[in-house]
Design a binder for this molecule. Sequence first.
Ligand code: C5P
Length: 227
Amino acid sequence: SKKITIAIDGFSSTGKSTIAKLLAKKYNYIYVDTGAMYRAVTLFANKNNYVGVDFLRKENLVSQLPNISLQFKFNKDLGFAEMYLNGDNVEKEIRTLEVSQLVSKIAAISEVRKKLVAEQQLMGKDGGVVMDGRDIGTVVFPDADLKLFMTASADKRALRRYKELIERGDNVDYNDILFNVQERDRVDSTRKDSPLVKADDAIEIDNSDMGINEQFELICNLIDKKL
Ligand code: C5P
C-alpha cells in the first residue's frame, strides 16, 4: 500500500515519541525523533562551552556546524533508533534535564535549524515516515499526508516527564520539570524562526485524559483513511 508521511508536532512531553514509535512499528515506517537532533547539537555546544545557563557563543557554534555529524542507528533490542553524535551513542546524555534546559536556546538559531531541517527532509523524502517535533507540519513537511498536533495540560506533562526521569534513576525535582516544560513551550512558541504553532490542517489531540491505547487507536483510524 501507499507509504505516507506523518507529521506529529506539539508541546513538550505530550507523548509524541511514544505514539510515533508505536505507529512506526505497526506500519513498518521510519521514525525520526527530530528533538533528539536538536538535543545532540545542544550537547555538542555544551561540551565545547558554547552554551550554558547564562551564555550563548552563537558564532562559535555556527562555525562548527559542518563538524557535527548526526546519525540514527536502529537498536534491535530496544526496537527504535538511537542518536549518535560524531560516532558516539549519546542517547542517554541528550535526555538529561541539563540538556532540556539549554535546548530551546540552541533550537532558536536559524543556522542550526537550516542544517537539521535539510537532513530531516532527506530522511523523509521517500515517505513511509513518522516524524515528531515542533515544525514538521509547518516547515519540514508542509505537504505531509497526516498532521497531528498534540497537547495536554502542563501539570500532566510534567508529571509524565518526572516519572520517566525518576524511573531512569535521575534525582530530579517535580517543580524543576514543570518549570522546564513551561519555559521550553514559551521559548519554542515565541521564537522568530519556525515557532511552535499548529498547522492550519493539523488535527489537534488533547491527551490530558487519554491513555496510550485510546490515542493509538484514534490515530490508526486517521492513518488507515489515508492509505
Ligand atoms: O521533542 P523534544 O522535547 O525532545 O525537543 C527538544 C527541544 O528541541 C524542543 O523543546 C525544541 O526547542 C527543539 N525542537 C525544535 N524543533 C523540532 C524538534 C525539537 O525546535 N522539530
